[in-house]
Design a binder for this molecule. Structure first.
Ligand SMILES: N[C@@H](CCC(=O)N[C@@H](CS)C(=O)NCC(=O)O)C(=O)O
Length: 224
């Protein structure tokens, strides 16, 4: 099989779903260029590439692959080293589930609330109800954090003893949540707080977090 050699990631660098793809590509040593596209200002005709009008999309040649999860699993097949999805059926199922959990459960509660409003909307001058955002996070985040706290136990990884797509998906959401002011209370969720801090400081995520923080600081400073 001839491997594609030239990849473009279409999307906004601050998106947690774009970050998931970037981190997976970096770990696998896949070079890519970035085509910066904001979901709030999509170029004309974008729906022909992705009718869901979401980012990221991966492009190579005339091919477009939509959805961060589909992209990461596609890249896993093309570039299996290092493996980010275990081969064992059970561990693969656990990884797939936790990736879904991050994308479909954590993202709406901690990213689409805190990050989208307190960073994106604030930087655009779009008014929002801060109390409503607080209320959603206060009500909906604790059961998700309880679940992760229990699952993590004393370990640093969600599945097996090594970094997987599950960790990449979960930490990508926590990076955005932290930029939107969500902190994991270390008294209430000690395992989760330690796990998040471990990955924020790691070679895998620290540069991504620092870069995102710099961008957010600039956006908010401009808005003030
Ligand atoms: N399941 C999709 C979710 C992607 C997603 O929701 N991206 C956001 C940006 S962070 C987006 O494009 N939002 C625009 C919209 O929902 O209209 C994936 O994993 O790629």
């Amino acid at each position: 099989m001839e491997l594609p050699t030239s990849f473009t990631v279409i999307g906004a660098p601050l998106s947690p779903f774009v970050r998931k793809v970037h981190i997976a590509m970096q770990l696998k040593g896949i070079e890519f260029t970035m085509d910066p596209v904001s979901p709030f200002n999509l170029p004309e005709g974008y729906e022909k590439i992705n009718p869901a009008k979401r980012i990221p999309v991966l492009q190579h040649d005339e091919t477009y692959i939509c959805d961060s999860s589909v992209i990461c699993h596609y890249l896993e097949k093309l570039f299996p080293d290092p493996g980010l999805v275990a081969e064992s059926p059970l561990m693969k199922a656990q990884t797939d589930w936790l990736e879904k959990f991050a994308d479909n459960e954590l993202a709406p509660v901690i990213t689409a609330t805190a990050f989208r409003h307190r960073v994106i909307f604030r930087s655009m001058g779009t008014p929002f109800d801060e109390a409503e955002i607080d209320a959603i996070i206060d009500e909906k985040a604790p059961p998700l954090f309880d679940y992760l706290n229990e699952l993590i136990g004393n370990g640093n990884f969600l599945v097996g003893n090594q970094l997987s797509l599950a960790d990449i998906a979960v930490i990508s959401q926590f990076i955005n949540a932290s930029l939107g002011g969500v902190q994991v209370d270390e008294q209430r969720w000690p395992n989760l707080a330690r796990y998040v801090a471990y990955h924020f400081d790691s070679d895998t995520f620290s540069a991504s977090l620092a870069g995102a923080r710099k961008m957010v600081d600039k956006m908010l400073a401009r808005a003030n």
